[in-house]
Structures are given as C-alpha cells and as structure tokens.
Design a protein around this ligand. Structure first.
Ligand code: G6P
Length: 616
C-alpha cells in the first residue's frame, strides 16, 4: 500500500528519496512522486515531480534535471480516492502557504472539509482526500501569529477523522519536516545529523538501525539538530526508540529471479528460525517467552478468537482446528473486517489472537482494539518486530521468518502455521496432553523444515505440471480438515499473481454447486494426503474425473494408489495430519509462482495488490 519516505540531513535528498521509494516498491502502488525544497531562494522553492506507474517512470521524468536541497518528501500511491493520475499522485501542495504533503491512509471527513475550504476561496486540482488535508494545513498556517508548520499540522489533525501517516514540508520553513500518524504506520530513522521518516523500516535500514516509533495522534517536528514529539494537542511526549532488526542482505534477491521465489525456497531456513529455542524436547513443553507470563490466563481461558485477513486468516483457520483438536480449546476464526463491525460477544475468559505478517493491517488492528475494549486478553502472532499490532497486544509470538517482500505471502504463512502450532501445543501440554505425546509432535515439528526442503526438490516437476494447465482460466482447490484452509490459500495464491480465477473450498462442498462448473479439462487441485478422511477425498476425485475435470493431487509419498485416480500427482513427505499444512501448501505456492511466470506477470508487483493494507 502507499509508501512514505522523507529526508532531512546534509546529503542531497533526491537520490536518497528515490532509493527509499524503490525499497518500498514491493508494497504495491500505482504512481509515485517526490518534492525537495531548494533552499537557494528565500522563501525556498518546492521542486516537484510525479509520474503514473513505476518509480522508474519518475526517474525518467527527472532525467537531465538537477535539484538542490537536503530536505524532501516522496511517496508511492495506491489509489483510493480518485483515479490513478499524475494530478492525484502525491506530494500534494496547497495554494497559499507553500506546503507539500504526502499521506497514507484515508481522511474520512474530507468532503465536509473540502466544502469548508472551497467557501474560503481555495481551489482544488485533484480528487483526493490528501489535497484537502494539505490545503487545511495551509489555511491554518500563520507564522506571524505563532502558527508555524508544527502548530498548523496539529491544528489540522484536530479537525480530521480517519487514518493518516503524513510528512509535511513548507517553503517558508526550509529546515523542518513535520510528520504525524494515526492508524497508519510511520517510523523515524535516527542517523548522524540526519533523519529518515518512512512508513516501513525497509526504507530506513540502509542508513541507520536506530529508529523511533510514534503512537497514534503523535506529531514530530524534525530539524537537523533534533526533534520534538508532541500530541496533536501539543502535549510533549517521549518517543520510544528501537533497533531495527532487518539485515539488508535479507532483502536482496540473492540470485533468485523474484522475491516470491526466494521466499518460497527460504522456508526451511525461515522455519528453523521460527522454531529455534522454542521446542523443549525433554519435557514436551513449548517455550514461548513472549506469552509465558500469561500462561495461566491462557490455560484458564474459555475460548479463543482468531482475527486476521488474507493469507494470515488462512493460517488462523488451520489453528482453529489445532486449538480444538490438540488443546480442546473452543476457538473461532473470523475476518477482522467482519468482527470489528458486528458487535461481537467478548466475555471474560476470551483471548483474542491477531495474526498478521505486517502487524499493520488496518482491519486486524481495529478488530483487535475492539476486542481489547471489551476486556479480551490479546495476543499477536506477527512478523514485523515493533509493528503496531506487536506493540498493542498484551503478549505475543514473533514469526522470525525475516522480511517478506513478495506481495503474495509464502514464508509468513508457514511461519504463522509453525507459531500457531506451537501455541496450540503450549496450551495442549498444560491442559491435557501427555509429555510423551507432546514430545512426539514437537519432534515431528522440528523435522518439518527438512521435509519442506524435500518438497521443494520437486519444483521442476511442479513447474512442468503447472505449465500444462495455464491456459485454463478457472481452477478449483479442494481440501478437508486442516487442509481446507490450505485449499483456500492455494486458490488465493493463484488468483493474486497469475490472475487466473480460482476457488478454494472444503472437498465435500464441491457437490453442492461448484461441481456444475467442471467441464473438460478444468484443473482441480485436491489436497489428498494421508489423513483421517483420505478415502472420502478419493471418492470426490472420482466424481471430478467422471465429469472430465483434470485432477492434480497433492499426496503423501508412497501412495501409489492415488496415481490410478489422478492425472498428476505431487508428493509431499509423510507427517502427522496436524502438521501437514506446512507441507501441502508448498506445491501450491510453487504452482502459483510458475503459473504467473509462464503467463508473463510481474510476480512481485501484482496488479492492484498491496503488501500491507493499511486502509479499510
Ligand atoms: C494483504 C496482502 C496479503 C496478506 C493480507 C494480510 O492483502 O496482500 O498477502 O495476507 O494483506 O496482511 P497481514 O500483514 O496482516 O498478514
């Protein structure tokens, strides 16, 4: 989703800002822009350029121009209000005070504010909510009467409802950046005599590992000599400073063609990290430092509610089975976007688990806050360290899978499964599971990274199988039990990057309608590994074959019988059913990847998608 980078320091701002935008490209966007203050005139001049499409287009636009200046802001936009046009791209400027602003989020009351500002004589050029906020700051800006940029930003933000992360510059104050946030991520990298404001650590870590986080309604005024953090009501606050963890080489392609490919193949190493130090074989106990202080509350809890969106929801859906099956803990799983608006029943004894790679998904965060207000104990299962959900939950477990850049989530999914499996064992062992049974599952869990490695060895075969079917525009993915959410995930992966229409569903649901779709050659992917309901899955495979569908089965190594049932078989190593999603999803990730490559799509920057959805 939209990306923010702003710089104040002693180095030329423009190249640094462009480089920062490139680091944010993976988030998904459709236009880009940059503004740098030229201090050689008084007041300073705002040098501004925007372009539709890639950051590369913006660079082309800038070719042959030289800009002065060491203070600037830059943005990648993912259109919400107003189409994808250069005019709607950020930075936006006001018509009076010389303000330029970039914004992530949505100003909900923008139409009322726009009317008010139009009555005051302001003329708008774009259709965006962002221009309204820019104009409002300009309207309030009155340095002669003590309303400097910081005060004008505070004043404007007191008037707006909605979500924002913003960075603002003003030609009358050429040595200042003002930034603020509410409901959208924003951090400030602290360098040596320089500061980089960004919506994502990736734009900062090349320059400094030290950063401060802002809470909602915080405003920060930054100069080269330091900063002042306050609330929108101008009450001074002390910001939290943290060390950014990401290593730069983790976000380089390292010989792979795409981030998604790299992240799929990284899964064995990523999961070893997730599991490291957390499995205590002797005693059959899972060691989760981030939740151990709440162990008693978790064991005594009456029910768990998992909230998430997208891929994270699919991981949570697997966990719903595991929590009930292994720990006998009543568990529900719901789209955060639905949960937050339906007056949910959250009584004492409810634990809410927010599952999120980024830790910034707007709906997940809002649902979490809703549950917290109603008294739930909250846990985060999050990848990005220091993200909002990680900070706002009572306790949690990090995925530790490293930065995920590919928009289609892969290693975060298996990381979420590993963490949620450990959480279910954490509870199960304390509630009812014998040390022996728990140790046995832990043993198997520890071996999952090796088995994923093995499954990845079939990549060339999976590529060949996939390429045989890519001309088909409709696919089905079917699974049962813990592999039903994996079927949903397989369909989602294929949709996201290959733009093939795919549906995932429980195997038995097929007969209740979707079977009508099956015609000659339609690819139907069955997750048919050995498990409690294997025989039932075989029956459904027969039904699909009888109607001319092409069956691709993900099956357990050693299962010869399935070869007589399905046209194509992709084998994964045997393992307990509860752990199987971490294996069965791997071929589906690879199928989606190879389908997208074969269809010539930009795998890491799929159309219309964003890595982290920070608006509703
Ligand atoms: C977006 C991404 C998905 C992701 C979902 C939830 O839709 O494109 O890949 O699964 O958001 O994101 P989160 O960061 O909360 O896991």
């Amino acid at each position: 989703m939209c990306g923010i980078v702003a710089y104040i320091g002693t180095r030329p701002a423009r190249p640094l800002l462009i480089e920062g935008l490139k680091r944010l490209e993976y988030r998904g966007y459709d236009s880009a822009g940059v503004a740098v203050l030229d201090p050689s005139t008084k007041p300073a001049k705002i040098q501004l350029a925007k372009a539709v499409g890639r950051v590369g287009n913006l660079e082309e636009r800038l070719e042959g121009t030289t800009w002065q200046g060491t203070v600037g802001i830059a943005h990648t936009r993912w259109a919400s209000h107003g189409g994808v046009t250069e005019t709607n791209a950020h930075p936006h400027t006001d018509d009076h005070a010389g303000i330029a602003l970039i914004h992530n989020g949505i100003i909900e009351n923008y139409s009322v504010l726009r009317k008010y500002l139009e009555q005051k004589g302001h003329t708008f050029v774009s259709e965006t909510d962002t221009e309204v906020l820019t104009m409002l700051i300009g309207e309030l800006y009155d340095p002669a009467n003590g309303v400097d940029l910081e005060a004008a930003v505070q004043g404007a933000l007191r008037e707006v409802t909605g979500a924002y992360a913003i960075a603002v510059i003003c030609k009358q104050e050429p040595d200042v950046i003002v930034a603020a946030r509410k409901g959208s991520p924003l951090i400030v990298g602290i360098g040596n005599g320089e500061y980089i404001v960004a919506s994502d650590p990736q734009a900062i870590i090349a320059h400094t590992a030290q950063a401060m986080t802002l809470d909602d309604y915080n405003v920060v005024k930054i100069t080269r000599d330091g900063f002042r953090t306050s609330t929108i009501d101008n009450v001074e606050v002390t910001p939290k400073v943290l060390e950014l963890e990401s290593e730069l080489d983790e976000i380089d392609l390292g010989g792979y063609e795409h981030y998604m490919q790299k992240e799929i193949f990284e899964q064995p190493a990523a999961l070893r990290n997730t599991l490291r130090g957390r499995l205590d074989m002797k005693d059959g106990r899972v060691v989760l430092g981030g939740v151990s202080a709440f162990a008693k509350d978790l064991v005594r809890a009456r029910r768990f509610i998992m909230i998430a969106q997208g891929t994270a929801l699919h991981a949570a859906m697997v966990a719903e089975y595991l929590f009930e099956e292994l720990a006998r803990m009543p568990t529900e799983c719901e789209y955060a976007s639905e949960f937050r608006y339906r007056n949910p029943i959250v009584d004492e004894g409810t634990v809410v688990v927010a599952v999120s790679q980024s830790g910034e998904t707007a709906d997940t965060l809002a649902a979490l806050n809703e549950a917290q207000d109603r008294g739930a104990l909250s846990l985060g299962v999050v990848n990005v360290v220091g993200s909002t959900i990680a900070r706002e939950t009572d306790a949690g477990v990090y995925l530790r899978v490293g930065p995920e850049i590919g928009v289609a989530s892969t290693k975060a999914f298996t990381g979420q499964l590993a963490v949620l499996t450990m959480l279910s064992l954490f509870l199960a062992r304390r509630k009812l599971m014998s040390p022996e049974a728990a140790a046995k599952l832990q043993d198997e869990l520890a071996d999952i990274p090796n088995k994923i490695e093995h499954a990845l060895g079939l990549a060339p075969e999976i590529k060949q199988i996939t390429e045989r079917y890519i001309q088909h525009e409709n696919w089905l993915f079917l699974g049962r039990g813990v592999n039903y959410p994996v079927a949903l995930e397989g369909a989602l992966k294929l949709k996201e990057i290959s733009y093939i229409h795919a549906e995932g569903m429980p195997v038995a649901e097929m007969t209740h309608g979707p079977i009508a779709l099956i015609n000659d050659g339609m690819p139907v992917v069955f997750i048919a590994n050995q498990g409690a309901q294997y025989d039932k899955v075989l029956n459904n495979i027969a039904e699909v074959r009888a109607r001319g569908g092409h069956v691709i089965a993900v099956a357990t190594e050693g299962d010869r019988h399935i070869r007589t049932m399905a046209e194509d078989v992709i084998y994964v190593p045997p393992c307990s059913e509860a752990l199987s999603p971490m294996l069965t999803v791997v071929p589906l990730q690879l199928m989606a990847y190879y389908a997208a490559v074969a269809r010539g799509h930009d795998v890491d920057k799929p159309r219309n998608l964003a890595k982290s959805v920070t608006i509703e």
